[in-house]
Design a protein around this ligand. Structure first.
Ligand SMILES: [Zn+2]
Ligand SMILES: [Zn+2]
Length: 126
C-alpha cells in the first residue's frame, strides 16, 4: 500500500520527523516531548544532523534485538544516536551539559543511548 510510505512522515520539530523514532518492525511509535525537546537542544548545539539509530521499540522488536526488559525505548523515553564527524567523547560531553537523565556510552558500536527516565541519573559504558 503506497499510502503506508508516508506513515509517520510528520515533522515534529524543525529537524526531526516522527518516522525517525518509529519501531522498524511495525512503525508504531511513542515519543515523549521531553526527549524530543532535549534532542532539539542537542541538534541546535551541534549544528549538524543527528541520526536516530533506535527510537521507539515495540516489545517484540526489543526482545528480537536483545534489548533489556522494560527498556526506556519501549515507552518513548529513549533514543540511540549517531552523529557524523564528531568524536564520541566530545558528543558525550555535550549530552552531559544538556543533562539527559540516562546516558549510555557505546564505544565499540560508536553510538550514545540517551533517555529522559523519571528516576535518578544513570551513566554506563560498554
Ligand atoms: Zn515493532
Ligand atoms: Zn538505547
Amino acid at each position: 500500500m503506497q499510502m503506508l510510505n508516508s506513515i509517520n512522515n510528520i515533522r515534529v520539530a524543525k529537524d526531526f520527523r516522527l518516522s525517525e523514532f518509529a519501531c522498524p518492525c511495525c512503525n508504531l511509535v511513542m515519543l515523549h516531548p521531553k526527549l524530543l525537546a532535549k534532542l532539539v537542544e542537542l541538534r541546535n548545539t551541534l549544528e549538524r544532523p543527528i541520526y536516530i539509530t533506535s527510537g521507539y521499540r515495540c516489545s517484540k522488536y526489543n526482545s528480537q534485538i536483545r534489548g533489556i526488559r522494560n527498556s526506556y525505548h519501549c515507552i518513548g523515553l529513549a533514543a540511540d544516536i549517531k552523529v557524523k564527524d564528531i568524536n564520541l567523547i566530545e558528543l558525550l560531553e555535550i549530552c552531559e551539559n544538556i543533562d539527559f537523565n540516562g546516558i549510555g556510552f557505546y564505544e565499540k558500536k560508536n553510538f550514545l543511548h540517551l533517555d529522559v527516565r523519571p528516576t535518578k541519573r544513570s551513566r554506563w559504558r560498554e
